[in-house]
Design a protein around this ligand. Structure first.
Ligand SMILES: Cc1cc2nc3c(=O)[nH]c(=O)nc-3n(C[C@H](O)[C@H](O)[C@H](O)COP(=O)(O)OP(=O)(O)OC[C@H]3O[C@@H](n4cnc5c(N)ncnc54)[C@H](O)[C@@H]3O)c2cc1C
Length: 390
């Protein structure tokens, strides 16, 4: 992403104060990512995850929970501030599970009791506690209504049994926002609940080894297993059981729009490195950029990035205003992630053989981008949501 995206957020904000505030925040986030996170990338990829010190460093630098009120330890900003962090990470090609940390914070803010918020948000903002969202199961991904992990009330606890898969931050998570079935008899929308699970020392809980992914090698993804783990009933999210499906549907909008923000920023970054490469690469006495095909392909990419950014920036502002329908969130997630993959692929092609070498940024963008069309609700599911609005 270049400054234009930041400028769009700033100009569309409520006057100079907002613009200055977001601009200064962006500058400090960018500096931290470039100076601290970028040099750590090779190590994260080797280890399959960042260290605890990376989380606390991100917390100290204000990257975590930027849109959570200060009274709970957050940055006191809006969704725009969270988007700035997401954009800057994508711009630098850094994959760090703070998007998931933010999603769990949103669940707590929306449905948590005061005690739950006080127990976890501050530690999450400081990076002392890593959070995960666990919905997907081996037999329930797109069809969340089919999930089978159960939580059965037993005195002051729930007894949790089941397994989750593909969980981002799973290996490191001290807090899991877990989708569970709390009723076998209630109709599907009322059968599910969200339970906050503290994993430290939890008997009956274990994680699987890190899953070997196509890309995103510096970010951990694993399975979670619950074998009669006892979780305090006070950790239920919301006033009663059976609210889980509605809570997930509401909060998935936050995740999907965040993914769209990252998609545009990654596409912009791919375009930027490729324009630079094409102007420097000489072929038969001319630059690669001098070939009409190269210029036209890059012009197509630039047009897509600009159109996508305008739509996503408008969506961010409408979300803050509370006027963004789910169908538009689905449009944003679907369209931008499809374009991200196309643009990154085009840009890799323009790099020729060098584009296939992992030392080139475009190669990493290519392997890391693919998952964007799958997670957060696959793009086929996004099309269903869009179609419901027609
Ligand atoms: C790297 C990574 C990180 C992830 N992180 C998390 C996480 O932190 N927490 C979490 O809970 N999950 C996470 N996921 C899971 C992700 O959300 C699911 O993979 C995704 O929702 C798809 O579910 P599935 O894999 O079971 O595919 P399936 O649901 O089996 O889908 C298979 C195919 O069928 C298509 N399909 C499904 N339903 C329909 C339909 N109604 N109409 C048309 N086509 C359809 C899908 O689009 C897909 O192409 C992650 C996944 C990956 C790969």
């Amino acid at each position: 992403m270049d400054n234009q995206s930041g400028k769009a957020f700033q100009e569309a904000g409520a006057g100079d104060t907002v613009a200055d505030d977001v601009g200064m925040f962006r500058a400090s986030v960018r500096r931290f990512i470039e100076q601290v996170f970028v040099p750590r990338q090779a190590l994260w990829r080797t280890r399959g995850q960042p260290d605890a010190s990376d989380w606390s460093g991100a917390g100290a630098a204000g990257l975590l929970l930027a849109d959570v009120p200060e009274e709970y330890g957050g940055g006191g900003g809006t969704f725009m501030h969270a988007c700035v962090v997401m954009e800057e990470l994508a711009r630098a090609g850094v994959h760090f599970g703070l998007g998931v940390q933010s999603i769990v914070a949103q669940y707590l803010l929306a449905y948590g009791t005061e005690a739950q918020k006080r127990a976890w948000l501050g530690r999450m903002a400081r990076g002392e506690l890593v959070a995960a969202v666990a919905m997907t199961e081996p037999d329930a991904g797109s069809d969340l209504a089919a999930l089978r992990t159960s939580a059965v009330r037993d005195g002051a606890d729930y007894r949790v049994r089941g397994a989750k898969t593909f969980i981002t931050n799973g290996c490191q998570a001290g807090l899991v926002c877990l989708a569970v079935r709390t009723s076998d008899t209630a109709p599907a929308p009322r059968a599910l609940s969200m339970l906050m699970v503290e994993t430290d020392g939890l008997v009956g809980y274990r994680t699987g080894p890190p899953l070997e992914k196509v890309g995103m090698h510096g970010q951990d993804t694993c399975e979670l297993f619950f074998d009669d783990a006892r979780v305090p009933a006070a950790n239920l999210l919301g006033p009663a059981e059976g609210r889980g499906m509605g809570q997930m549907m509401q909060q998935l909008a936050y995740e999907r729009l965040s993914l769209a923000v990252s998609a545009v920023a990654t596409a912009q970054a791919a375009l930027d490195v490729t324009v630079r490469y094409a102007k420097e690469r000489m072929l038969g006495g001319k630059s690669l950029f001098d070939l009409q095909n190269t210029r036209f392909r890059l012009a197509e990419c630039a047009a897509d990035v600009r159109v996508g950014r305008a739509f996503v920036d408008a969506c961010v502002l409408r979300r803050i205003a509370g006027t963004l329908p789910d169908a538009d969130v689905a449009v944003a997630k679907y369209w931008t992630t499809e374009r991200q993959c196309q643009i990154v692929d085009t840009c890799l092609q323009i790099h020729g053989g060098y584009g296939y070498m992992l030392e080139y940024a475009i190669a990493r963008m290519w392997i890391d981008s693919r998952v964007q069309r799958i997670y957060g609700g696959s793009n086929e599911v996004m099309k269903e949501i869009i179609a419901w609005s027609l």
